[in-house]
Design a protein around this ligand. Structure first.
Ligand code: HEC
Ligand SMILES: [Cu+2]
Length: 282
C-alpha cells in the first residue's frame, strides 16, 4: 500500500517567525550573542496524518530516555535513497515517546535490546519550502528547512527552543541537514569506531569512557565520538573551553597545563559528565 502524508495547509503566520537577534543561552549555559528564532507558531502546520506516512527509522535515546519514530512521504524516501534532492514541501516528523521504564527509572528493553514505546511526548517537525530559509538568521539557517515542535495534541509548543533545532542540525549541512534520512543513501559519516588510545576518552552510548581520566600537566587529551549523535566537550567551572561539535568518528583535543580536577559535560547533552584529573609535573 502506498502511504503518503498529504501536504499540510500552510498557516499564514510567517510574521511570527521574523528572525530576531538576541542573547541566547546555548546548551551548557554560556550566554553568547547569537541569532535566535522565536518559539511559537510558524509556517510549519501540524502534520495531522503524520502516523500515516512511511516509518523509516526508530532511535533509542539513552540520554533522554526516549524512543523515537521518524516518518516522511514515500516520495521523499525515494529521493533520499536515490541520492536526489529532497522534494520541495517535504515534511519529516519525529515522534518522541517516553521509553517505558522500571521502578528505578531505567528504560525497559525488548528481546532485541531496544526501548519500549511509552507515552507520546512531542511531535517535532522539519519542513522545507523554497524561500522559507530567508526567515532564519543566516548564521544558523538550515537551507530552506523550518523547524517546529508540537505537543501531542497538535499545538505549537511555545516553550520549545527552536534556535537549538537549527544549531544542532547545522553540522549536517552537506546532507541537506538530515541525519537518519541521509543514512539511507549511505553518505552519513560512519567511520569505523576508533580504537582506545592512551590519553583518549571515547564517547559511546552517551557516556565518556573513562569517566575520569588522569593526565599530567602539559599533556593533551583527545575525545573521540563513536555515537551517531553529535557531542561537544564543554568544560565547566573556571576554564570554559568548548570543543567543536564532533560527529561520528570525529575527535577533539585540548591541552591541560595546570594541575587540578577539570569537570566537563557535553554541551548538547548536559547529563553527560566527565572529569580530567591533571597531576602536577613531577
Ligand atoms: C541536541 C541536538 C539536536 C537538537 C537540539 C535537535 N535535533 Fe533533530 N536530530 C538530532 C539528531 C542527532 C537526530 C538523529 C536522530 C536522533 O538522535 O534522534 C535528529 C533528527 C531529527 C529529525 C529527523 C531527520 C532525519 O534525517 O531523519 C527531525 C525531523 C528533527 N531532528 C527535528 C528537530 C526539531 C524540530 C528540533 C527542535 C525542536 C530538533 N530536531 C532539535 C539532533 C538534534
Ligand atoms: Cu552529547
Amino acid at each position: 500500500m502506498r502511504r503518503t502524508i498529504p501536504s499540510p495547509s500552510f498557516v499564514a503566520v510567517a510574521a511570527a517567525v521574523t528572525a530576531t537577534l538576541a542573547v541566547t543561552l546555548v546548551p551548557g549555559g554560556t550566554a553568547v550573542g547569537q541569532a535566535a528564532v522565536p518559539s511559537g507558531p510558524n509556517v510549519v502546520a501540524f502534520p495531522q496524518d503524520w502516523a500515516k506516512g512511511t516509518l523509516y527509522a526508530t532511535v533509542d535515546r539513552p540520554d533522554t530516555k526516549q524512543y523515537r519514530e521518524f516518518y516522511t512521504s514515500a516520495e521523499a524516501l525515494a529521493a533520499a535513497r536515490a541520492g536526489r534532492p529532497i522534494p520541495d514541501g517535504t515534511v519529516i516528523t519525529l515522534a518522541a515517546y517516553a521509553a517505558q521504564a522500571d521502578a528505578a527509572g531505567a528504560p525497559l528493553k525488548d528481546a532485541n535490546g531496544r526501548f519500549l514505546k511509552g507515552n507520546l511526548l512531542a511531535v517535532n517537525v522539519m519542513q522545507k519550502k523554497a524561500g522559507w530559509g530567508e526567515q532564519i538568521p543566516a548564521a544558523i539557517r538550515n537551507g530552506d528547512w523550518i523547524y517546529q515542535s508540537f505537543t501531542p495534541d497538535g499545538k505549537a509548543n511555545d516553550k520549545a527552543n527552536l534556535t537549538a533545532c537549527y544549531q544542532c542540525h547545522l553540522p549536517f549541512a552537506k546532507d541537506d541537514y538530515l541525519t537518519n534520512m541521509a543514512k539511507l543513501k549511505g553518505t552519513f559519516p560512519t567511520q569505523a569506531a576508533a580504537a582506545a588510545v592512551p590519553g583518549a576518552v571515547t564517547i559511546a552510548g552517551f557516556q565518556f569512557g573513562p569517566a575520569t581520566l588522569k593526565v599530567t600537566a602539559g599533556q593533551k587529551v583527545t575525545w573521540v565520538n563513536n555515537d551517531d549523535t553529535p557531542h561537544q566537550v564543554t568544560l565547566v567551572g573556571g576554564d570554559e573551553r568548548r570543543s567543536d561539535l564532533m560527529l561520528k568518528g570525529q575527535s577533539a583535543t585540548m591541552q591541560f597545563d595546570a594541575a587540578g580536577n577539570i569537570a566537563y559535560i557535553c554541551g548538547l547533552h548536559p547529563g553527560m559528565k566527565g572529569t580530567i584529573e591533571v597531576a602536577a609535573r613531577p
